[in-house]
Design a protein around this ligand. Sequence first.
Ligand code: GLA
Length: 377
Amino acid sequence: MTDKARAAQAAGEFHRLTGDHPEGIWEAPGRVNLIGEHTDYNGGWALPFAIDRSTVVAVRRRPDHVVRVWSANLGQEAAAPIRDLDPARASAQPSWARYPLGVVWSALGRGADLPGLDISVTSTVPLGSGLSSSAALTVAVAVAVNDIAGTAWGVEELARVAQEAEARFAGVPCGLLDQLAALGARRGHAVLIDFMSLSRELVPLGPGPLVVISTGAQRANAAGAYANRRAACERAAGVLGLPTLRQASLEQVEARLEGELLRRARHVATENARVMQAVRRLHDRQPLGDLLTASHVSLRDDYEVSCPELDLAVGTALREGATGARLTGAGFGGCAIAIGVSAEALAVPVAKAFADAGFKPPTVFDVEPSERARRLA
Ligand code: GLA
């Protein structure tokens, strides 16, 4: 669908819901992280790209200091007076609505002058599947609010607004990877993000299929396990006397840490090195599949965030001719990415492998490196 068609569809939906026309339409993409997992909150590097699945919001100001949000995907709506927007009361809202309402709360806290808002949301990012549907939503609302309030925030501030909404209002701890990917990526490129300086550099991805295998698996306490990994990294940096694991060399890690902290920190140190190697290979037009597969092994064995479904997805993709494959995103379920093989070639063997293992049917689809968040109309 073209930009124009997506905008028209969102405007039509808004009109159906409110009887009015939106002031504007904004869009933010989901993301796949090519490599650099669990490095963002360690001040390291990652190399995500935006995908051709996105969240579109249609927005209009309303004078009565109420924020009303609709989800076309869920067929639900929620509302709150602006004065009641408060993380302490967020749990009274349906969980999906905490993301857009949290963005409004965060923007107000940073001085944005907003009356009430009507916001309708439609999304083609599969919800809660590890492709950052939540950042697509918070970033889409953040860029809308930025334009409507005239705050002129740049990429970093917008990413922080979106992250604060997710962390404080929706109660999901996260780094800045997903938000910066949605705000900084460009068509045909991945974006190298340095999480120390938050600087970004575009890296051309070249041709070649990029395939997502969505396992549909979701571990029960993924948020708790994520927080636990972060805490272990902070402890490991503390033992090494470093501000973050970004500064840790593999030699230091292997010489001075043991047990769980050794494994977690070894993943971070080797993963940062793999990101840099991947960037060099892309610039030199060299294959990088082995780096992706090594990242998966490290996430599985050292960081311990894989699961049987992800391991099966990666193993099957490699057996069927992928040059590299890995889990992408936080892990504990969600998606894997495979390169060097088409979705068409993978769909049947992956479905069969999942059926044989007694797992839920997965979904396999091609993704295209796509454009960052922006105003559509
Ligand atoms: C989730 C978080 C990101 C990042 C990844 C792991 O997607 O939202 O900030 O930490 O996990 O790389």
